[in-house]
Design a protein around this ligand. Structure first.
Ligand code: PEP
Ligand code: MG
Length: 849
């Protein structure tokens, strides 16, 4: 829209002036709010750029708008994504309805606080009423309250031109460049305050100043707070200062003096690095050492061993044009890309169903929902309408959406950012015509990548890819669960030095022992092959008699049950010879969904599983075990410092009984289909059990259906007080994954320490012993459903401790049964007694081997 109104905006902040299309925020850059300018601020008090009335003041105090008497509205938006700070670090000096004059103080912000939390401090000044204008002296340094930055109206061009000529110095001096090294003395590096002081110093000169952090090769112009904070400097950083301009000599002297005197901070405590003797770093005293014998340690995400060749996979995308070829064409392209991606996801779901892992397909159903969600496509449409290509617009939009999600104070949305990126890349690849699926991997590939998404796991060519290692990723992520279900060994948190080895390097992947062995000797390969063959033969033999009970040679029966997540698993468990389900992780029914499953859905899911298992195979349904570490979209929980010690497991049901009651009701309603039992996770105190048991009794009373009710022993306090619990529960099932992490105080997924989380630690065994004895005294039984039960080496000790049921991963059922049949119960009891006297997990492993 052209306007006859003539208005010049004055800089609200000092700093470097940019046109709005240089904004770091794609929405602002696309002029979706309006025309205007952006300033990389050198100070932090926002002044009125024109006269008018305050028409908007956001609650988060990061944005303020002024309406002029002529009806134009000018919005000043401080920083990018600063709304999420909810006012933290901001102060407002005006209210809606106040009349303001040019240069009047509107807002101020704490550059250190806001700079640390926001994506950028760049401030946008935009005309929201549709008028366009001309930037005055784009790229120049502007002074708050003085420099005119934007002219609007019929005479805008002339006004801008006249001000440009005013800005050009009458006599150009010759520009020179000077470079000086400097060791930074500031105690916490170049954070906001010293950076702001430096900018003030530089503003006195007509030279450009660049700072290079020689320690990490990061470089930036010294005109932006955020850029300087991004240099990641610390006390002692080796800097290189480059000054270019007509007054470079004076500017360099002033800059060096500024640095020397601490840029407004006390630097008297600085000790020159030359006086500190660098001490050689000793190797860690315990645990696997990186590179020792060619072994790179990692954490098991899916079990198994594989011998193959390393293949690095980078997620690099080819470049693509920013400008579109026409709005209609680009919109059509985007629609096509989204449609193709939707079909690809549908094929993926069908493929998973065909491969009997359809129970894990919810994640891709959720991806399809994301494609239907207008949030990303609307952003992209708006950018395309400004002349951008579909690829550019889509890429920027899904990255911005994922970024927004990560910043929100909602762990569920933050966790879904990876899904947005996964599905976003899927569409982008379609738009670029990339078909990764056709890239042929060599045979026996052990794939090495930064991280892997669930869809990448499912689409791997499993005739060629026999193992996965990633530098990042969670041992309990969806990708990990899928790799486990598909039988692909997967190791996470492998050190970045794995990148030093070329494609084609021979490796042995042993996720059970937590390492990749690089360039193994022939002897090591031979040993692994022999081990694999032995395991395959044992598995085949065990499978032949999988339907037989697990009875020791001296006649002691141990029930072998399955840990399952859905009906697919239940069907496999029956085929593998499971005598029961010792743990149905019901949370899988609740995850990857936008809303809580209805009663009807829950009843149907439980009925299906109970029917598969039949009346003679009991099914322990564990109530929802989520929390800070496993968030749900429809269960908003605050971010927690220590999610494993927070609102988790039964604590969720106690604090939100409506959801628990619905689940209990659904279990009771489905119970007619088989033999259902209810179990509560993470009980740490008897009043928790009494509270939820009361709820179950109420529902049993109402429905007239009764089921046994037990608890997991996975917190040391529950094991220590097992004698009290045993009087009130029907059974115990020991969750050794959590019991071990809580007893040894080691996070079960910790990248460095996870290898130390061994359930055969005598401290854990003593707690198991206490639990079994307490249960026996009251005539109750004890099972184990943690992963220790699936470890053949642990079976003799666990059986010897008197555990009556071992609930194991589905593929492990035949082998664990076979192991029990090979044992003598009396000998196991002796082993268990001795294990309780030992002090180290390794000693127990040697004893039990
Ligand atoms: C356990 O903690 O051992 C357990 C079986 O529960 P989860 O692994 O689901 O936490
Ligand atoms: Mg647990």
């Amino acid at each position: 829209m052209t306007s006859t109104v003539t208005l010049s905006l004055v800089a609200p902040l000092s700093g470097t002036l940019r046109s709005i299309d240089e904004s770091v925020d794609p929405v602002f850059a696309g002029r979706l709010i309006g025309d205007g300018v952006a300033i990389d601020p050198a100070d932090s008090v926002v002044l009125a750029p024109c006269e008018g009335t305050i028409s908007q003041l956001h609650d988060a105090k990061h944005a303020v708008a002024i309406k002029t008497d002529a009806g134009l509205e000018i919005l000043i938006h401080v920083g990018v994504d600063t709304v999420v700070l909810k006012g933290e670090g901001f102060e407002a000096f005006v209210s809606i309805g106040d009349k303001v004059t040019v240069g009047q103080k509107l807002l101020s912000f704490d550059a250190e606080v806001v700079g640390a939390k926001a994506a950028s401090l760049q401030t946008a000044i935009m005309i929201t009423t549709g008028e366009t204008g001309v930037v005055i002296n784009q790229g120049s340094k502007v002074t708050a309250g003085q420099s005119k930055v934007f002219a609007i109206g019929d005479n805008a061009e002339q006004e801008a031109a006249s001000l440009v000529s005013e800005a050009v110095p009458a006599v150009q001096q010759e520009s020179i460049t000077l470079v000086e090294p400097f060791v930074l003395k500031n105690p916490v590096g170049l954070h906001a305050r010293p950076s702001a002081t430096l900018i003030q110093i530089i503003k006195r000169f007509n030279s450009d100043v660049t700072i290079l952090n020689r320690d990490n090769s990061k470089e930036c112009k010294a005109n932006s707070l955020t850029a300087m904070m991004g240099l990641s400097t610390v006390m002692g950083s080796n800097l290189e200062i480059t000054v270019t301009g007509p007054d470079a000599q004076d500017a360099m002297t002033a800059v060096l003096e500024g640095f020397e005197s601490g840029l407004g901070e006390d630097v008297s405590g600085f000790v020159a690095p030359t006086t500190v003797e660098a001490e050689p770093e000793e190797a860690p005293l315990l645990g696997p050492v990186e590179g020792e014998d060619g072994r790179l340690p990692g954490v098991k995400a899916a079990p198994g061993m594989a011998i193959g060749k390393l293949r690095h996979l980078e997620h690099e995308l080819p470049s693509y044009p920013e400008a579109g070829v026409g709005v209609a064409d680009e919109l059509g392209q985007l629609d096509y890309g989204i449609q193709q991606a939707r079909e690809a996801l549908q094929k993926l779901v069908s493929k998973m169903e065909a491969e009997h892992v359809g129970g894990h397909a919810e994640v891709f159903v959720a991806h399809q929902q994301l494609l239907d969600d207008p949030a990303i496509s609307e952003r992209a449409h708006k950018l395309i309408e400004t002349g951008k290509s579909a690829m550019w617009a889509w890429h920027k939009s899904f990255l911005a959406e994922a970024d927004d999600m990560r910043k929100l104070d909602n762990p569920m949305l933050a966790a879904r950012a990876i899904d947005v990126e996964d599905v976003g890349l899927l569409v982008l690849r379609v738009l670029m015509g990339i078909d990764d699926a056709n890239e042929q991997m060599p045979e026996n590939t052990i794939l090495c990548l930064e991280d892997i998404t669930p869809s990448e796991v499912v689409t791997l060519d499993r005739s060629r890819v026999i193992g996965i290692v990633t530098l990042h990723g969670g041992a309990t992520s969806h990708a990990a669960i899928l790799a486990g279900s598909l039988g692909i060994p997967y190791l996470v948190n492998v050190p970045a030095s794995v990148r030093d080895y070329d494609n084609g390097t021979d490796v042995i992947l042993n996720t059970n022992k937590g390492y990749v062995l690089v360039n193994p000797t022939q002897e090591e390969i031979g040993r692994t092959v022999a081990r694999q063959e032995r395991a395959a033969t044992e598995h085949e033999e065990a499978l032949k008699v999988a339907d037989q009970p697990a009875v020791t040679q001296d006649g002691h029966h141990v029930e072998i049950a399955a840990n399952i997540a859905n009906n697919d698993d239940a069907e496999k468990a029956v085929k593998m010879g499971a005598e029961a389900v010792g743990l149905l992780r019901s949370e899988f029914l609740y995850m990857e969904r936008a809303v809580e499953p209805s009663m009807d859905e829950q009843v149907k899911a439980y009925e299906a599983i109970l029917t598969t298992m039949g009346k003679d195979r009991p099914v322990i349904i564990r109530t929802l075990d989520v929390g800070g570490d496993k968030p749900l979209a429809y269960l908003p929980l605050p971010r927690e410092e220590n999610p494993f010690l927070g609102e988790r497991g039964v604590r969720i049901g106690i604090n939100r009984p409506t959801m628990l009651r619905k689940q209990v009701r659904a279990i009771l309603q489905a119970a007619h289909a088989g033999y259902a039992r209810i179990m509560f996770p993470m009980v740490s105190s008897i009043d928790e059990f009494r509270a939820v048991k009361k709820l179950v009794l109420e529902e049993q009373e109402n429905s007239g259906v009764k089921v046994e009710v037990g608890i997991m022993i996975e917190v040391p306090s529950a094991a220590l007080l097992a004698d009290h619990f045993a009087k009130e529960v029907d059974f115990f099932s020991i969750g050794t994954n959590d019991l071990t992490q809580y007893t040894l105080a080691v996070d079960r997924g910790h990248p460095k320490l996870a290898a130390r989380v061994d359930g055969l630690h005598p401290a854990v065994l003593r707690l198991i012993d206490m639990t079994v004895k307490a249960a026996n005294k009251e005539g109750k039984w004890t099972g184990i459903c943690g992963s220790l039960a699936s470890d053949p080496a642990a079976v003799p000790v666990l059986v010897g401790l008197g555990v009556q049921e071992l609930s194991v991963s589905v593929p492990a059922i035949p082998v664990v049964k076979a192991r029990v049949r090979s044992l003598n119960y009396e000998q196991c009891q002796q082993i268990a007694r001795e294990a309780l006297t030992l002090s180290l997990a390794e000693e127990v492993r040697q004893l039990s081997a």
